[in-house]
Design a protein around this ligand. Structure first.
Ligand code: ADP
Ligand code: MG
Length: 348
């Protein structure tokens, strides 16, 4: 078989892990990123640094690769769509456009009769005056948010005046769910009714950033089944190719809500590298490159801890790990508060 070269837009840690998975399958990777310091350049075969709007560089990138995917959702739709005319992009650009907009994403999920949090569009400051009903809530930018960025918890309308919110952007206001737990479900779809599905992963967030993930999730069987069913329904409806993650909330009455969808591999699935026969990254590469599907097998229970900001330091200095512990350093040059610097997976 001729050599496959996978093009990946985005050069963060997810791009690194996709590159490592591709290498294992004898697939070359070319990463395109607008970040000169993109950590994935340490793991891919070839790295292109340029703006996503640079047509010449994008054209060069397209010529070098057989197929294209992306590792974060905030790639401009125009870029993905232009590329897709010349070479296949998976997941399809229209899926990314839908999901990168919180309002469109939530409308889509509701149309499938799947429960989400209660939400309402906020286009100007005065819209909020009549929305007491959604408080306490979280005001979120409709686009470009991640790791809690662009989010404002709001208890009362008075809070809004003190928050210095930029109302030139569009928002949604979401009613706060009294959370009992958060879980995520990772699924890789290969084609019509062909998928591999990981068991639900239980997630603990601190300051809206993922701190820990573990399997098995400590939830009732009915929630296990419901989260699986909804994730299958979402990926079938999207005709998705590749790995997708659905984030869920569980409230104190054990109601399940879809929080958001990530059209890509996901931080909560890092434990799949060590805990399963095939990781979420390998499955993504297999699906987008039309390789064989391998039945998924869990090898271990596991816990993954994100190393955020300074927390990476002691692991960089001392790698005295036990046999069941796996440390990943994303090789980001600068340590910043609230920045995911690496992770530790512990097999149980
Ligand atoms: P991001 O795109 O930054 O991941 P999310 O919408 O997933 O944004 O929010 C991040 C975290 O903030 C969630 O995982 C959850 O812990 C908390 N959160 C967000 N929205 C709500 C909500 N409506 N009710 C309760 N908690 C929420
Ligand atoms: Mg989230």
């Amino acid at each position: 078989m001729s050599q496959i070269t996978l093009g990946i837009l985005g050069g963060g840690q997810l791009g690194s892990m996709l590159s490592i998975a591709a290498k294992k399958l004898n697939i070359r990777t070319v990463i395109y990123s607008d970040d000169k310091e993109a950590p994935a350049q340490n793991f891919c075969d070839e790295f292109i640094y340029s703006e996503y709007s640079n047509k010449n560089q994008i054209y060069d990138f397209i010529k070098k690769v057989s197929i294209i995917t992306y590792e974060f959702e905030n790639i401009p739709f125009e870029t993905l769509n232009e590329i897709n005319k010349l070479k296949t992009v998976y997941p399809k650009p229209s899926i990314n456009r839908l999901i990168q907009h919180r309002l469109a994403e939530k409308d889509f999920v509701n149309k499938l009769n799947i429960r989400t949090t209660r939400y309402v569009s906020v286009e100007k400051r005065s819209d909020l005056d009549s929305l007491d009903d959604f408080l306490p809530g979280i005001l979120k930018t409709t686009t470009m948010g991640y790791d809690g960025k662009g989010q404002y918890p709001i208890k009362s309308l008075n809070d809004i005046n003190n928050l210095n919110i930029d109302f030139s952007k569009e928002y949604i206001l979401e009613k706060l769910v009294k959370l009992k737990k958060e879980i995520s479900l990772i699924i890789t779809r290969f084609g019509n009714n062909k998928y591999e599905i990981y068991e639900p992963i239980e997630n603990i967030h601190e300051n809206q950033i993922l701190r820990k993930s573990k399997i098995p999730a400590d939830i009732d069987n009915s929630l296990y089944e419901q989260s699986k069913e909804w994730s299958i329904q979402i990926s079938e409806e999207l005709k998705y190719i590749g790995t997708l993650c659905v984030e869920f909330f569980i409230d104190r009455n054990d109601n399940l809500y879809v929080n958001e969808i990530a059209p890509r591999v996901h931080n909560s699935g890092h434990l799949t590298i060590n805990a399963f026969n095939v990781s979420q990254f390998e499955n993504h590469v297999r699906a987008v490159c039309s390789l064989d599907q391998i039945p998924l097998k869990k090898l271990h229970n596991a816990e993954m801890i994100n190393l955020i900001g300074d927390q990476i330091k002691i692991y960089r200095q001392n790698q005295n790990l036990k046999e069941n512990e796996f440390f990943f350093d994303y090789l980001k040059k600068e340590i910043k508060d609230n920045r995911k610097m690496g992770h530790l997976t512990i097999l149980k």
